[in-house]
Design a protein around this ligand. Structure first.
Ligand code: PXL
Length: 271
């Protein structure tokens, strides 16, 4: 059984980051420790006046205690990080807290639809690049990939564009790069992945449901990581994640009052 630590914020309300990763990874039978990067009253997309407790000072103390206890993980899975001082800790934890062959998996959750999330500053992009360089696997959406590569974001990309972008991401360091939110034709959306050592691309596309919700990137990554850590192939993991996200969106659509996240719990409960 795998043991993962996830490093991202706790948005107390809003169905994203750790409140998504923890239940989903647990449902995959993965022991999931958490290292919260901060505690927010809600996520920062669509709510105003949210509170933030930054945990930069506390995180190294937690990591140090784990180190003394000899605690090691099969993977470190990072998501939203709100303070650039935390990237050094992620790199130190890669050295000190991974088992032999353990993986650093980075979801550079920092942007969407061409824009950085409201509470984030350019130093987060710079810091994110430094952990992407050391990562074994990354799962950016197209906006995040454009920020990582310091390229302008465009509204549309061809298959050749996406494959070239994945190769540029791979050149930064990671063995596996997964691009999410890829669409080559109207009404279809999915993910494309590139494995650097084999030069292989895999992809999975599904129905595009024309409504945006926050937290779907976190749902995607958590499912994909859960499936992959359980030994599913990369393409199977992409398929499971894409289908899970679509089902979660569809089950949320009929409730107009629920526009801040997706009701992924209903899909998780279906097994
Ligand atoms: O889902 C990404 C995410 C995570 N954490 C916080 C966020 C967001 C997206 O807006 O605001 C705090």
């Amino acid at each position: 059984m795998s043991k993962i630590v996830s490093i991202q914020d706790i948005s107390c309300y809003g169905q994203c980051s750790l409140t998504v990763a923890l239940p989903i990874l647990s449902a995959y039978g993965i022991e999931t420790a958490i290292l919260p990067s901060g505690i927010l009253s809600t996520h920062t997309g669509g709510f105003t006046g949210f509170t933030v407790l930054d945990l930069t000072e506390e995180m190294p103390k937690i990591a140090e205690h784990w180190h003394k206890e000899g605690i090691r993980f099969d993977a470190i899975y990072t998501g939203y990080i709100g303070d650039s001082r935390q990237f050094e800790l992620v790199k130190a934890m890669k050295k000190n807290h991974l088992k032999d062959g353990g993986k650093l998996i980075v979801d550079p959750a920092m942007a969407d639809h061409g824009k950085l999330y409201p509470a984030l500053t350019p130093d987060i992009v710079e810091g994110m690049r430094t952990i992407v360089k050391e990562a074994d696997m990354i799962l950016p959406n197209i906006t995040e990939a454009a920020f990582l590569l310091d390229e302008p974001y465009r509204e549309s990309y061809t298959k050749a564009d996406i494959e070239a972008m994945l190769k540029r991401l791979a050149a930064m360091g990671p063995e596996i790069s997964v691009l999410t939110g890829v669409s080559y034709e109207k009404g279809r959306i999915g993910a494309v992945a590139y494995t650097k050592s084999t030069g292989e691309f895999v992809e999975y596309f599904t129905e595009l449901v024309p409504k945006n919700y926050h937290g779907t990137g976190d749902v995607f990554s958590s499912v994909a990581i859960g499936a992959y850590m359980n030994g599913k192939s990369l393409v199977e993991s992409l398929k499971e994640a894409c289908e899970f996200v679509v089902k979660s969106i569809k089950t949320t659509l009929d409730d107009d009052t629920h526009n801040y996240g997706v009701k992924f719990e209903k899909i998780l409960a279906q097994g």
